[in-house]
Design a protein around this ligand. Structure first.
Ligand code: 1HE
Length: 265
């Protein structure tokens, strides 16, 4: 159930707070390098399912020196094949709630962003990396495979060839390389990532709900469609967006010189 102010009850491995229209969700298991156990994944799902209606954007970050060391490997030992499939499905479900939820999500990455931590980051909408961030998929060398949607999302971000390389050779990419290859779209100095992420999340929360819906729900589906279906969906989405009262008010404000112009980078 969603409400106007309250977040869902969360496990100790997650903390949430409000910053105006932005909800901040932090991975809070620094002693385990924010390794993602089942409780945390279920908490992420509950958080996004129960996101209050007045949250316009979410900022996802990690406590401690690392964003996330990925899957909690201590939980892996006892699982059989059937349980493994169910476990991967749990991650898929939780991350889908985030990717196709009520509000866009900005991730702030620092330190290790590896394995399932990278899969989590890949399911967010805008990624900011501090210079300390590094990316790897150690699943390859541990005799396992990604299970949190990485095979679906990462090739769309960095290409199949780079993901193959990361998994087969254990290659680690730096924050600068991640920016160059499109894994992140912002690079921040050490300690500056959270402020940058919050600034972006606040800007996103200032968009109309309909635009944010169009960008996070319609755009990825359109991009995956055949062109003819894509054009039809785009025409529908743009006509719906422009018919909204808030869109009309914003266009009028620009034409009456009350709205800011586009600025140079
Ligand atoms: C963990 C985990 C974890 C740390 N599961 N407990 N991911 C990996 O293969 C990455 C494994 N982790 C590491 O390589 C390193 O821990 C880090 C580079 C991330 C950080 O190094 P460091 O020196 O700061 O910490 P540490 O001493 O290695 O770890 C501190 C504690 O966290 C230690 O526990 P302690 O009880 O001995 O203090 C570690 O055991 C614990 N820890 N990472 C469990 N991942 C949906 S499928 C996704 C599949 C995957 O994600 S596979 C990739 C898993």
């Amino acid at each position: 159930m969603s409400s106007l102010t309250a977040f869902a009850a969360l496990p100790a491995s997650l903390v949430a707070e409000r910053r105006g229209a932005v909800a901040v969700l932090k991975l809070n298991r620094p002693h385990k390098r924010n390794a993602l156990d089942d409780e945390t994944i279920l908490g992420i799902e509950a958080f996004f399912l129960g996101l209050p209606d007045d949250v316009g954007a979410v900022l996802l970050a990690g406590e401690g020196d690392h964003f996330s060391a990925g899957l909690d490997l201590s939980e892996l030992e006892e699982r059989d094949v059937t349980q493994g499939i169910a476990h991967s499905g749990l991650w898929h479900r939780a991350f889908e709630k985030m990717q196709f939820g009520k509000a866009p999500v900005v991730a702030v990455l620092h330190g290790a962003v590896v394995g399932g931590g990278l899969e989590l980051a890949a399911a967010t909408h805008v990624r900011v990396a501090e210079r300390s961030a590094y990316y790897a998929l150690p699943e390859g060398s541990r005799g396992i495979y990604v299970g949190g949607g990485g095979s679906v999302r990462l090739p769309r971000l960095i290409g199949v060839a780079r993901m193959m390389d990361m998994m087969l050779t254990g290659r680690t990419y730096s924050a600068e390389e991640g920016l160059a290859m499109g894994l992140t779209t912002y690079l921040a100095e050490p300690g500056q990532g959270f402020a940058k992420g919050l600034e972006l999340a606040e800007r996103i929360a200032g968009n109309t709900r309909l635009t944010n819906f169009a960008v996070t729900h319609a755009l990825p589906r359109i991009a995956e469609s055949d062109p003819a279906s894509g054009y039809a969906m785009e025409a529908l989405m743009s006509s719906i967006a422009q018919a909204d009262g808030e869109a009309k008010a914003r266009l009028k404000a620009f034409l009456e010189k009350r709205a800011p112009k586009v600025t140079r980078p």
